[in-house]
Design a protein around this ligand. Structure first.
Ligand code: ATP
Ligand code: MG
Length: 422
């Protein structure tokens, strides 16, 4: 679990602002659900034999009433609960997005944290492939706006439950016939969740899973058409993709389209975003049956990629730094600073670190320089006595200074934000 400190936090805010803007351009609206939910929600929603439910959840008992609670390991289950609880689909489909911390008790390694952050988008109440494609396009657009390169899109279709059942039988038969080559994890999952065996990272099992029966070959006409339509829309939009028949995703709730955005530039933790359709989850959680599709991206991984391979904006700096030689002037000075801030100027005021008075001019100017501000406003007692302030350049033309009257603040103040102030 990490502390996110300045100046790094500015990069987070920059990403969040980009996402808010992106979501608005696609008509997705913000939802905020609790960090804690009843444990049963995740067990029902994610599936009992998933990594998350088996070993990654932070679960505890409420001391007052014994309720079983869990820090959310992902947000889709909570969003679906909220949508059902508030009958949000009563008037038709909803497009939603969220940002926030998730919790999974995983082994710490690069790109994998126990408190991490996701940004996710969910479209609920829409059955058509166009919404799958819209969500994929939206994520693709985000990578472009972030300046990310080398992000691959992998697609797969998990079909519908009856197609999965037929495939599952064939898969179990195949794996049973090769039981001696299965590792411990695979043996355990053989009958509970055989599809997940295809997702194994064990190198000695790669050949075996490569030859396994492919779900793609069990898709009926409707499922195949849905998948094809997603691909046609992506092609028309100029988004490249490949089919990865072994892409199954970590949660049980997916059907039809699933997808991941993957990069080779983050070591083995290369998936920055994953999602898919989950048409049966809402009913499973106790709501009225409705189709849905969504994705979630890992903020830490996206930002790691951004930092290494794209340009991040410089952290914000104040426009002006207020140098205050004499503590007696503070009430008047702070009145003036309030007026500047009301006009949108970013003001950082010198504050004493302790000891007597405000500190020497030398130490105040040192702080002013370090703040990154372009100018210092020097509120000397003599100038204040004639209702004036000295504006001193700190960057271009450093040292150049001029006196301005506080009475006509509005005449010169706008130039504090532009490059050419004297
Ligand atoms: P993985 O196969 O890497 O464990 P997952 O299938 O568990 O991924 P999802 O639940 O789909 O991942 O979460 C979506 C995204 O959230 C992932 O693609 C990844 O970028 C990010 N993510 C998941 N778990 C973590 C974690 N422990 N630390 C940081 N980011 C994570
Ligand atoms: Mg995982």
């Amino acid at each position: 679990m990490n502390d996110i400190l300045p100046p790094d936090s500015a990069t987070w805010e920059w990403l969040e602002a980009l996402v808010r803007d992106l979501m608005a351009t696609y008509g997705y609206r913000n939802i905020r659900t609790p960090i804690v939910e009843p444990t049963g929600l995740f067990v029902r929603g994610l599936g009992e034999v998933t990594d998350i439910v088996e070993k990654e959840m932070y679960s505890f008992e409420d001391r007052l009433n014994g309720e079983h609670l869990t820090l959310r390991p992902e947000a889709t289950a909570g969003v679906v609960r909220a949508v059902a609880e508030h009958s949000l689909l009563y008037e038709g489909g909803k497009r939603l997005y969220y940002m926030g911390p998730m919790f999974r008790h995983e082994r710490p390694q690069r790109g994998r944290y126990r408190q991490f952050h996701q940004i996710g988008a969910e479209a609920l109440g829409f059955a058509g492939a166009e919404v799958d494609a819209e969500l994929i396009l939206m994520a693709h657009t985000l990578w472009r706006r972030l300046g990310l390169e080398g992000v691959r899109l992998e697609l797969n279709s998990l079909g519908e439950p009856h197609e999965r059942k037929a495939h599952r039988e064939a898969l179990i038969a195949y794996l049973e016939a090769h039981a001696s080559q299965l590792d411990e994890d695979a043996l355990r999952r053989l009958h509970s969740n055989p599809l997940r065996i295809l997702d194994t990272k064990n190198p000695t099992m790669q050949e075996l899973v490569n030859q396994a029966p492919r779900l793609m070959d069990y898709l009926g006409e409707r499922s195949a058409a849905h998948f094809h339509q997603v691909q046609r829309i992506l092609d028309a939009a100029g988004v490249e993709w490949t089919v990865n028949p072994r892409l199954v995703r970590g949660m049980d709730y997916y059907n039809l389209t699933v997808f991941e955005f993957v990069t080779d530039r983050l070591g083995s933790q290369g998936t920055i975003c994953g999602g898919g359709r989950y048409d049966y989850l809402i009913e499973q959680i106790g709501g009225k049956a409705a189709p849905a599709v969504g994705w979630a991206l890992g903020v830490e991984r996206v930002l790691e990629l951004v930092r290494e391979h794209a340009k991040t904006p410089p952290p914000p700096v104040p426009d002006v730094y207020a140098v205050v030689p004499d503590a007696d002037s503070l009430p008047r000075v702070m009145q003036v600073l309030q007026q500047l801030r009301q006009r949108g100027i970013r003001v950082q005021m010198h504050a004493s670190a302790g000891g007597e008075g405000m500190g020497s001019m030398k130490s105040q100017f040192k702080k002013a320089d370090a703040s990154g501000a372009r100018v210092a406003l020097v509120f000397g007692a003599d100038e204040l006595a004639r209702d004036a302030v000295v504006v001193k350049q700190l960057r271009d033309g450093a040292g150049v200074q001029a006196e301005h009257s506080l009475a006509d603040l509005s005449v010169w103040v706008s130039s504090l934000q532009s490059q050419d102030l004297t």
